[in-house]
Design a protein around this ligand. Structure first.
Ligand SMILES: Nc1ncnc2c1ncn2[C@@H]1O[C@H](COP(=O)(O)OP(=O)(O)O)[C@@H](O)[C@H]1O
Ligand SMILES: Nc1ccn([C@@H]2O[C@H](COP(=O)(O)OP(=O)(O)O)[C@@H](O)[C@H]2O)c(=O)n1
Ligand SMILES: [Mg+2]
Length: 208
């Protein structure tokens, strides 16, 4: 209690302490922009743990949680699940991990997500933004073949609207703070990863 380390870990403005001093990078971009694909590559090369908000929500449905039906309906409609649910899942995953470096993929997706996460006291190091045209993202989602309820054209259109109306403003917010690293994500996977790698090599020591 009250050590220098404790003080350094405290969030600002009375927010909760960031107990384990986590390093967080937010990975954002429209549906189908390649967030999950590139996160797998980053994990392999830079020693991060990948936390996909969508994957955590889908696991919550499968676990038979009392929120399961609500989450399932919201995903089917392309809507954003209340932050309370998503932040709790993210916090639990970080606390249960042995790692202290996380890629948080697909979060924050709206202003409410952003504000709720800020209350944990964890400040993201930077935001990776995969920029891709809707035409290309639609093509990718329609051939993703993971059996997802939301990879159909009706839900995809809704998700694109939510992305433009609710998620882009969050990216703009971080942009105004000089925290966004934007990548052209319309290129082939290897070319996108070359750009990603350059960014992480600049910021982080490579882990073995
Ligand atoms: N650069 C790319 N070029 C072509 N297809 C891609 C590229 N990146 C990802 N994909 C494919 O597009 C689909 C969506 O990718 P995914 O990583 O799941 O995106 P997101 O998590 O942003 O929705 C997957 O089938 C994936 O294999
Ligand atoms: N922060 C988040 C992330 C995802 N989700 C829900 O989960 C769905 C799928 O998210 P995802 O990140 O797995 O989707 P992709 O961008 O990978 O296609 C979203 O459309 C939302 O319904 C959410 O409610 N809040
Ligand atoms: Mg994904």
């Amino acid at each position: 209690m009250g050590t220098v380390v404790d003080a350094a870990n405290k969030g600002v403005n009375g927010s909760l302490p960031n107990e384990k001093k986590f390093k967080v990078v937010f990975v954002l971009g429209g549906p189908g922009s390649g967030k999950g694909t590139q996160c797998a590559n980053i994990v392999e090369h830079f020693g991060f743990t990948h936390l996909s908000a969508g994957d955590l929500l889908r696991a919550e449905i499968k676990s038979g949680s009392e929120n399961g039906t609500m989450i399932q309906n919201m995903i089917k409609e392309g809507k954003i699940v209340p932050s309370e649910v998503t932040v709790k899942l993210l916090q639990r995953a970080m606390q249960e991990s042995d790692n202290d470096k996380f890629l948080i993929d697909g979060f924050p997706r709206n202003e409410e997500n952003r504000a709720a996460f800020e209350n944990t006291g964890i400040v993201p190091e930077f935001v990776l933004f995969f920029d891709c045209s809707e035409e290309e993202m639609e093509k990718r989602l329609l051939s993703r073949n993971q059996g997802r309820d939301d990879d159909n054209i009706e839900t995809i259109k809704k998700r694109f609207n939510v992305f433009v109306e609710s998620s882009l403003p969050v990216i703009e917010y971080y942009g105004s703070k000089g925290k966004v690293q934007k990548i052209d994500a319309c290129k082939p996977v290897e070319e996108v990863f070359a750009a990603v790698k350059a960014i992480f090599t600049q910021v982080h020591e490579k882990t073995a």
